[in-house]
Design a protein around this ligand. Structure first.
Ligand code: HEM
Length: 557
């Protein structure tokens, strides 16, 4: 019996077609549609033919099970495969996944990420470098080259304070960091104040920002992934893709497909540049992510490390592009949402700044004293001092902020309220899967299953009656303080923002380090205020739910 022939409730049309889900996906609000279906039909809903969405907390351990019970990713992920070469993220093959995961696990381990903190710090300095002045204009990632600052009424009318789209700023930062870590060369977005790449490094890209390309690609893939025959491989696949690229009536899909090609070109350019510099000067090989990835891939392909046998370039490019796409805007989107949640609640903002001032001890108006601090002295002073061309900046270490309780609780709570992957990530019960039972119902092979993060992360049974409200206190270790503000203590096993099970995010260490440093540094250094405190955080969803913009009035503290 097929899943849709079982007594799983859901919209009548969804029994026969993926169209209702696809239309909501095209509208950029799939997670809200799925959420409303759960509110109407209960914890098991048929959202497309043969696809059951499950919002019961117990479903997490079934759908994202570990070990022999693990379910493979569904055909939806084929829409993300480039040139027929799957990568760690989109492979459906279990053995291939284990091999690729092993290759990236070491380069992205906590130890490895900590070793690269210095490079992240250098980019952080640039993040802090631009003065919040009217000359600082960042390209709006969703308007392809239109400078957002110029459009901001407060600035245009000469109103009080300067307004910056922090989301665009964070995008530049995370792209610079990941390109620096992955390719040994930052894409220089912070320097240029835009995520549009200069000619030499953008492959065939035109004047589209990289963040916009990733967004468009995600929107096209999230739509096409619902119609697997449209994302076939081989010669037929190529023909279908060509037809879609040229004749599909919806320009968003066409732009998404061409963005995917441009991203692949960018990754190829970066990999070739990096590989040729390595070949030219073997003395100065930089021990970055690409180097570590190449070493691990050679091992997993059983190539002798010092042999001249080349790795398949397609494999390297597809993994490098994965790092560039998965490791950049997810972090920028999350940082933008976290900052919005902080600034939307002045009491949270004040408490965070107080915690940072108390524990770090210096605010930025003490910058003048920086000259007197011992350089790079981690022990005698919590800041490191770094000289740049123009002036000196103070830099935080992760170890100083990673355990600050309120900061950590705030980040966790914002990630609960805003999961970048908000709709359920689909898995499939394959013919070789162990039998699957959900809430007493046997699920037949061929059924797709997903657990929607947005719905789980707002479930009142899990989080308490205030599940729809931002309350960082629920994450505080101190049960007493939690009880005193009447919140139910949070259980991290229900936080799906980084996914769950064997396909859980492998970049979590890097993301956590960046988020802590980014948020604490910005709060310590700047006075920040939402440009429009009455406006909600607007987001649009493709594969990822992305804030549209976070406009902030900003000045030195
Ligand atoms: C706040 C930032 C981030 C969030 C919220 C996030 C979220 C996620 C989620 C939900 C998944 C599971 C996807 C699925 O099951 O389809 C995932 C997978 C993945 N993420 Fe992240 N991610 C973040 C940052 C990063 C970074 C910085 C990197 C790498 C440098 C990265 C690399 C990956 C990779 C390679 C996978 C695929 C893992 C696999 O299939 O085994 N992510 N991420």
């Amino acid at each position: 019996m097929r899943a849709d022939a079982m007594n799983i409730p859901g919209p009548f049309l969804s029994r026969y077609s993926s169209l209702p889900l696809a239309l909501h996906s095209r509208g950029g609000k799939r997670h809200l549609y799925v959420h409303s279906m759960h509110q109407k039909y209960g914890p098991l809903v048929l959202i497309a033919p043969g696809h059951i969405s499950c919002s019961h907390p117990d479903a997490i351990n079934v759908v994202y099970a570990q070990g022999e019970h693990a379910l493979p990713k569904s055909d939806f992920y084929k829409a993300f495969v480039i040139d027929g070469t799957p990568n760690l993220f989109n492979t459906q093959n279990r053995l291939e996944h284990t091999k690729r995961r092993k290759a990236l696990a070491h380069p992205l381990s906590y130890k490895s990420v900590k070793e690269m903190e210095e490079w992240i710090a250098n980019n952080m300095l640039k993040e802090c470098e631009p003065k919040p002045s009217t000359t600082q204009i960042f390209t709006h990632p969703h308007t392809n080259g239109v400078p957002v600052g110029a459009e901001t009424p407060g600035r245009a009318s000469g109103g009080e304070g300067n307004c910056t789209n922090m989301h665009a700023w964070f995008n530049c930062f995370t792209f610079d960091v990941i390109s620096d870590l992955a390719f040994g060369q930052s894409l220089g977005m912070l320097d240029r104040g835009t995520d549009v790449l200069p000619d030499s490094s953008r492959g065939n890209g035109q004047d589209t920002g990289v963040a916009a390309m990733i967004g468009l690609r995600g929107r096209a893939a999230a739509f096409l992934g619902l119609f697997p025959p449209l994302v076939a491989f081989g010669k037929t696949g190529l023909l279908i893709r060509w037809l879609l690229l040229h004749f599909w009536p919806d320009p968003l899909i066409r732009k998404g497909l061409s963005s995917s090609d441009m991203l692949s070109d960018i990754a190829t350019t970066c990999v070739r540049k990096r590989m040729s510099s390595t070949n030219n000067d073997s003395e100065t090989i930089r021990d970055d992510l690409l180097h570590r990835l190449l070493t691990e891939l050679r091992k997993s392909e059983q190539l002798v490390d010092d042999s001249k046998e080349p790795l398949d370039e397609k494999v390297v490019v597809t993994e490098a592009m994965l790092l560039l796409t998965a490791g950049s805007d997810t972090t920028a989107d999350s940082a933008a949402a976290i900052l919005w949640y902080i600034l939307a609640q002045p009491a949270v903002h004040q408490r965070l700044v107080a915690e940072l001032d108390e524990n770090i001890g210096i605010v930025s108006h003490d910058l003048a004293a920086a000259d007197e601090l011992p350089k790079h002295d981690q022990v005698s002073h919590p800041f490191r001092t770094v000289a740049t061309k123009q002036s000196r900046y103070l830099m935080l270490f992760f170890h100083q902020v990673k355990s600050l309780p309120y900061l950590t609780a705030t980040i966790q709570e914002a990630l609960r309220m805003f999961a970048t992957n908000a709709f359920g990530l689909p898995r499939v019960v394959s013919d070789s899967s162990k039998p699957v039972t959900l809430m007493g119902t046997n699920i037949p092979p061929g059924t797709e299953l997903s657990v929607p993060a947005y719905t789980i992360q707002r479930d009142r049974d899990i989080w308490g009656e205030d599940a729809y409200e931002f309350k960082a206190e629920r994450w505080l270790q101190d049960a007493e303080s939690s009880e005193s503000v009447g919140v139910k203590k949070a259980d991290p096993k229900y936080l799906l923002t980084f996914g769950a099970g064997p396909r859980m995010c492998i970049g979590k260490n890097l993301a956590t380090l960046q988020l802590h440093l980014l948020i604490s540094t910005i709060l310590l250094r700047y006075k920040l205020e939402l440009y429009d405190p009455h406006k909600d955080l607007e987001a649009i969803e493709g594969f990822m739910n992305k804030p549209v913009e976070v406009l902030v009035k900003i000045s030195q503290r």
